[in-house]
Design a protein around this ligand. Structure first.
Ligand code: SIN
Ligand code: CO
Length: 400
């Protein structure tokens, strides 16, 4: 059987050029795909100056990577950067990278619904990079899947799509750069073109001209992270009375031996703690995944309003806008049609229809609010008080 093509034009079926089911079956986590015209006629909603401005703010994760061609040396500096630095930057060979731009810029966040062929909780952030001509972060691999959308200008991407590429790192640089990189494919991407890479594919992107690239990156907890958090949750919930027991103890042949019966009891003691209840396990995972790799917490505002005032404002065109760092996901409970909404590490029981619409809508308007059940409205009022939403009236500055 021939393998699926590595390149496709998506003009007639953006953003993947194929039904999402086919992408998931043939490419997702399996092989790279260059998608020409993933976003036909794409115009960047953000300008290089906006990105530079963001990189000067406290709390924003920003880096500048500079390459010295003569020595093949690399220098990385971390933000926030002073504003006066940017006009003096060289004309070539540097890149500014800003993480989590979807949290700071609503137009960037608005790209994410195009990726709803993936569970939302699998998506980490949109990183935006600006590169001067020749700018690059070197040849490397990433641990997570990424969609590299060319937003402005042109970038030349080289990748090594062969199985088992060499993965040794250069010992002499702070960045995790590959010692050896032998590309099998070489493309120049223009605005609207997108490169999908599963984890572990060596890649190297060099700006052909001044360019902006958006990286829609995934999150995938490692097995060790999952086990660590799960064990912590089990310990926190454990009944201290549950312990190793041996009411069936037989006279030991050798009192110093740990015999097979003792090991069976050890396994039994561990099993007593295991979350065999699917709802307990689901609740733990929902709490875990809505906190995993979250960079900032919502905090209560200093102007608490009464519920009556809030509901009045919602009727007058006000909206509840979810805090950009508040992650949500929901899960159907194993027993019946009740569900849980997970919000930034907490679980809340709700009817499935409410959990689904609250998780899906970053903005709750008066109509949506009125359509929800009483427990769901109670929850929204609580979440507003905790800072997971803010109330915005028509005419308020959305960008503040
Ligand atoms: C970039 O945008 O310059 C780097 C993105 C990547 O290679 O992961
Ligand atoms: Co990369």
């Amino acid at each position: 059987m021939t393998s699926p093509p590595i390149e496709i034009d998506a003009r007639d079926l953006p953003p993947l050029g194929m039904p999402p089911e086919q992408f998931l079956r043939d490419y997702w986590q399996k092989r790279p795909l260059l998608i020409r015209n993933a976003f036909p006629g794409f115009e960047s909603p953000i300008q290089p100056e906006d990105l530079a401005g963001l990189a000067c703010e406290d709390g924003v994760l920003a880096r500048i990577v500079q390459h010295d061609r003569a020595s093949d040396g690399w220098k990385v500096s971390h933000g926030p950067f002073p504003e006066e630095m940017f006009p003096g930057m060289p004309h070539q060979d540097w890149t500014l990278l800003v993480q989590d731009v979807d949290k700071w810029d609503a137009d960037i966040a608005a790209l994410l619904p195009h990726f709803s062929f993936l569970p939302r909780w699998r998506i980490d952030d949109v990183m935006v990079s600006f590169a001067a001509p020749g700018g690059s972060v070197g040849a490397h691999i990433d641990q997570y899947d990424v969609f590299l959308l060319q937003a402005h200008g042109h970038r030349r991407w080289q990748i090594d799509a062969r199985p088992n590429p060499p993965l040794g790192y250069r010992p002499d640089v702070e960045l995790r750069l590959l010692q050896q990189f032998d590309p099998s494919h070489d493309w120049v991407l223009g605005p609207g073109d997108m490169l999908y890479l599963p984890p572990g594919v060596p890649h190297h992107g060099v700006a052909e001209d001044a360019c902006l690239t958006f990286s829609v990156g995934m999150r995938a907890p490692s097995a060790a992270e999952l086990v660590g958090d799960w064990v912590d949750a089990m310990i926190a919930e454990a009944d201290d009375g549950l312990r190793y027991n041996d009411a069936d103890l037989q006279l030991p042949q050798d009192p110093h031996e740990i015999d097979a019966a003792a090991m069976d009891r050890v396994v039994e003691a561990l099993n007593m703690l295991r979350m065999r209840d699917p709802d307990r396990l689901g609740d733990w995972f929902g709490r875990f995944i809505t906190l995993y790799r979250v960079g900032a917490e919502a905090a209560p505002g200093d102007d608490p309003r009464s519920r009556i005032e809030i509901e009045w404002d919602l009727q007058q065109g006000g909206t509840l806008q979810r805090h950009p760092w508040t992650r949500m996901a929901w899960r159907r409970a194993a027993g019946g049609d009740d569900a849980r909404l997970y919000v930034a590490g907490d679980d809340h029981p709700l009817p499935a229809a409410d959990a689904s619409s609250i998780a899906a809508e970053p903005t709750v308007d008066g109509d949506l609010y009125a359509s929800l059940s009483e427990p769901a409205r109670d929850l929204l009022i609580d979440l507003l008080a905790q800072g997971h939403y803010r109330l915005v009236m028509p005419g308020d500055d959305d960008d503040e």
